[in-house]
Design a protein. Structure first.
Length: 251
């Protein structure tokens, strides 16, 4: 796992900032906000005061209420959000905002998956936030990267490949894979390689999870990745540890 400790390199961060600027120049991140706010505004819990800290004006989730509601999710995602079966994504450590957003996309059928569309159908928006708050408090268990793929995966993750128009993943998902809750960029660190690979492939093949600007980000990136890139990235991501699961401090 020595690739992890190579972690914090100012030069690489500089590149990420530059890329983030390039990306924000296309207004993808900004455009995503109003769209998310509109979706979240639907059947908001009546008495919920708007919370300034949340990106969308919704009542913050209650992790304790969420834990009770999560009993039904545990069969596939694991009670603590660390799924044992690699076809089911880990939810542990994922942000409340991202989880709620995915559940809305499943419920409205924008993100198509027969199992999850059924699971999301009976959930209220408050349920979605409570569930999100619960899984966000759980610790993601890291997986293991394939040493043969780590180098290619790490290079793409941190630097992208400008010759092919591939941005650095860390520009949005952060250097340690912890994501960006405010922008609803998901936590990736430790996610099952099998799930990541299947997800990147389906975007590559034209699947989308939402028709808004934010929903077009990953399909347009994945279109430029070939099968080897996808395998390398998926393996690297599974082996990534976020700062909050690291016992060592970064230099
Ligand atoms: C029978 C198995 C099963 C159950 C039960 C289940 N899920 Fe899922 N879940 C899945 C599968 C499969 C996917 C991946 C869908 C895809 O590939 O788009 C998924 C994906 C998700 C995602 C998207 C994760 C991501 O990283 O994008 C969320 C959020 C989620 N489930 C939440 C829940 C919640 C909350 C419950 C309980 C109310 C639940 N799931 C119950 C199978 C299940
Ligand atoms: C401009 C920001 C941005 C960049 C750069 C970016 N992503 Fe993403 N990524 C997103 C967003 C937004 C989502 C959520 C997609 C949605 O909800 O429709 C996402 C979702 C994902 C997911 C799904 C996670 C889950 O839990 O289901 C994976 C895997 C992923 N990205 C991998 C990558 C990889 C690999 C790269 C680099 C090649 C990358 N991303 C670059 C914004 C970005």
């Amino acid at each position: 796992m020595s690739f992890r400790s190579a972690g914090f390199r100012p030069a690489v961060l500089g590149a990420a900032v530059a890329l983030a600027l390039v990306l924000s120049g296309t207004t993808m991140a900004q455009d995503a906000q109003p769209a998310a706010a509109t979706t979240a505004a639907q059947p908001a819990a009546a008495a919920a005061p708007a919370v300034a800290a949340a990106p969308a004006a919704v009542k913050p989730g209650d992790a304790t209420a969420g834990q009770a509601k999560a009993a039904v999710c545990g069969a596939c995602h694991g009670m603590d959000g660390n799924s044992a079966d690699a076809q089911y994504p880990k939810l542990a450590g994922q942000s409340e905002q991202y989880i709620a957003r995915q559940l809305i996309d499943f419920k409205t059928g924008k993100r198509q998956n027969p199992i999850m569309m059924g699971m999301a159908a009976p959930l209220s928006e408050q349920d979605m936030h409570d569930l999100g708050a619960y899984f966000a408090t759980q610790k993601p268990l890291p997986g293991v990267a394939d040493q043969a793929l780590v180098e290619q995966g790490e290079t793409l993750y941190r630097q992208g490949d400008s010759s092919r128009g591939i941005p650095a993943c860390m520009a949005c998902h952060s250097i340690d894979g912890s994501g960006n809750p405010g922008a609803m960029y998901p936590h990736l660190a430790g996610q099952h390689a099998q799930y990541v690979e299947a997800t990147l492939k389906s975007w590559h093949d034209g699947t989308t999870w939402n028709d808004d600007v934010r929903g077009k980000i990953m399909p347009s990136i994945a279109a430029k990745l070939d099968a080897k890139d996808i395998a390398a990235l998926a393996s690297y991501i599974e082996g990534l540890h976020s700062a909050d699961t690291e016992s060592t401090t970064q230099p």
